[in-house]
Design a protein around this ligand. Structure first.
Ligand code: SF4
Ligand code: SF4
Length: 145
């Protein structure tokens, strides 16, 4: 039987602090639809440009503006939130995968890195989360193959 390499424990760590949540064009449309507002309003109220890319802002508590004991926009959340913890760094570097386990308790160390990579790649592919253009997409989602 295959051991599950990741199952979210809903601890909220990945939504806390300034997480660098990039908003791509696709994310913008989906999130605006979810909130029933226009994309211009979404950007004006909830995003700022940094390093040439739009990012979600933080709320008064310093966490993602949509975080409130969980993701407040879960069905409309950006791709980078959907992809975590299967970020490029955790897939290509076993040490990163080991270190990030302290931060994300949903990663199962028993599964091993190779299985994490196998399940992560399949998940990213099935969910359409692989990206190839670093100018428009989060670096964590850029893959070479
Ligand atoms: S850090 Fe990991 S376990 Fe915690 S909410 Fe995020 S994905 Fe889930
Ligand atoms: S959009 Fe949702 S999942 Fe993404 S960082 Fe904000 S609260 Fe967390």
């Amino acid at each position: 039987m295959t051991v599950q390499a990741f199952e979210c424990r809903m601890c909220g760590h990945c939504c806390q602090g300034e997480g660098g949540i990039v908003l791509t064009d696709k994310d913008r449309g989906r999130l605006a639809d979810h909130l029933s507002i226009g994309e211009d309003e979404l950007v004006r109220r909830y995003a700022r440009e940094r390093g040439g890319k739009l990012h979600l802002i933080c709320g008064d508590d310093g966490n993602c503006v949509f975080f409130d004991q969980g993701c407040g926009v879960h069905p409309g959340r950006p791709d980078i939130c959907r992809a975590w913890p299967y970020f490029r760094g955790n897939l290509v570097d076993e040490t990163s995968w080991e270190m990030v386990q302290e931060y994300c308790p949903g990663i199962n160390p028993e599964a091993g890195h190779a299985e994490f990579v196998r399940q992560g790649r399949r998940y990213l592919r099935d969910e359409g989360l692989l990206r190839y253009d670093p100018d428009t997409s989060p670096n964590a989602l850029i893959c070479d193959d």
